[in-house]
Design a protein around this ligand. Structure first.
Ligand SMILES: *[C@@H]1O[C@H](CO)[C@@H](O)[C@H](O)[C@H]1NC(C)=O
Ligand SMILES: *[C@@H]1O[C@H](CO)[C@@H](O)[C@H](O)[C@H]1NC(C)=O
Ligand SMILES: *[C@@H]1O[C@H](CO)[C@@H](O)[C@H](O)[C@H]1NC(C)=O
Ligand SMILES: *[C@@H]1O[C@H](CO)[C@@H](O)[C@H](O)[C@H]1NC(C)=O
Ligand SMILES: *[C@@H]1O[C@H](CO)[C@@H](O)[C@H](O)[C@H]1NC(C)=O
Length: 286
């Protein structure tokens, strides 16, 4: 009897990973950017402020483009914090991804609907969660510098935290396959090689009171682990989060307006489990 029980529990432990280990969010959600499957079924819901209850319908995207044309919903396993009612979302860029007159960039960035420059996203202690996955049929050109997830200052003069990919302009390309998390002065806080097939889960705990950043990471379905201790980083200046793709050009110092971009362009980054949680009392969903 004893050995039978042992055998049963051992096989249960071994079987667990195959069913996928989702995790519940355990802290209060400030902004929920997880994409409901009902939106994937009718992507035109993203296109107007009357129906887009998740993100800003109007920003930040190519002139004349609609979110329903920019976003795709790949049939991939769900990321760690997405439920049965959520889907992965693929942010695409192409030759038309020119915002206003920024001819140097190709960009498409999601902003949480209720995130305002002096709002609750910019006070207290908040943790930004996102998972990333690569689409092998839309590879990025890692000769270029990409900004994928960031918090831009209200005066647009800098980004307090930056999650980047590719070759950072003016730097060696030896780490081009790494995701790099940088502070406002481009000091690297953490780096992790991009995985070609699995979800990679990141969380950035931003302590706006103490100006400290703590980074958490896991691969696939694994629980997040703290991978960088709290580090001093200036977070003042308000602003907004942005999640998507911003591809910088090569061959210019005026990156917003000039430089080289290959054409035709067809690239993407897949996201899942996007949300901002309240980490007062040190609560972080792992
Ligand atoms: C899709 O959503 C739009 C915007 O809410 C709505 O007008 C339209 O009727 C919906 N289409 C379907 C097929 O549900
Ligand atoms: C966007 O549409 C406007 C009005 O139709 C047009 O004047 C403009 O050239 C278009 N911009 C782009 C980048 O296609
Ligand atoms: C999504 O992928 C799963 C697993 O590969 C497959 O069983 C399912 O039919 C796919 N669904 C769609 C809508 O393609
Ligand atoms: C990648 O970018 C570099 C620099 O802009 C360019 O020379 C090269 O042709 C691009 N590669 C592809 C496959 O487009
Ligand atoms: C955090 O700091 C502690 C104490 O100095 C150290 O033992 C630990 O390795 C650090 N953790 C990380 C992820 O750097």
């Amino acid at each position: 009897m004893q050995s039978l029980l042992f055998a049963l529990s051992a096989s249960a432990v071994l079987a667990a990973p195959t069913i996928g280990k989702r995790a519940d969010i355990k802290c209060p959600i400030v902004f929920d950017g997880r994409v409901p499957t009902s939106f994937a079924a009718n992507a035109s819901k993203f296109d107007t402020s009357a129906t887009n209850t998740i993100f800003n319908a109007d920003f930040v995207k190519g002139n004349n483009l609609t979110w329903s044309g920019i976003l795709e919903f790949p049939n991939v396993t769900k990321s760690r914090f997405d439920t049965a009612d959520h889907t992965a979302v693929e942010v695409t860029i192409d030759d038309r991804s020119i915002f206003q007159k920024q001819n140097g960039f190709r960009r498409a960035g999601l902003q949480f609907l209720n995130d305002t420059p002096d709002g609750p996203g910019q006070t207290g202690v908040k943790t930004l969660h996102f998972s990333v996955k690569q689409n092998p049929s839309r590879p990025l050109n890692l000769t270029h510098e990409y900004l994928n997830v960031w918090h831009e200052r209200a005066d647009f003069a800098g980004n307090q935290i930056q999650f980047q990919y590719g070759t950072l302009i003016g730097k060696s390309d030896s780490d081009k396959n790494d995701f790099k998390i940088l502070d406002q002065s481009n000091k690297q806080l953490y780096a992790k090689a991009a995985d070609p097939t699995q979800w990679q889960n990141f969380a950035l705990k931003l302590d706006y009171n103490e100006n400290m950043v703590t980074i958490y990471y896991s691969l696939g379905d694994a629980p997040l682990k703290q991978v960088a201790n709290a580090t001093s980083a200036p977070l003042a200046g308000g602003g907004q989060y942005q999640i998507g793709m911003l591809k910088k050009p090569t061959g210019t110092s005026d990156v917003a307006n000039a430089g080289f971009q290959e054409s035709p362009l067809d690239e993407s980054q897949i996201y899942g489990g996007i949300f901002l949680e309240d980490s007062a009392n040190n609560c972080v969903s792992l």
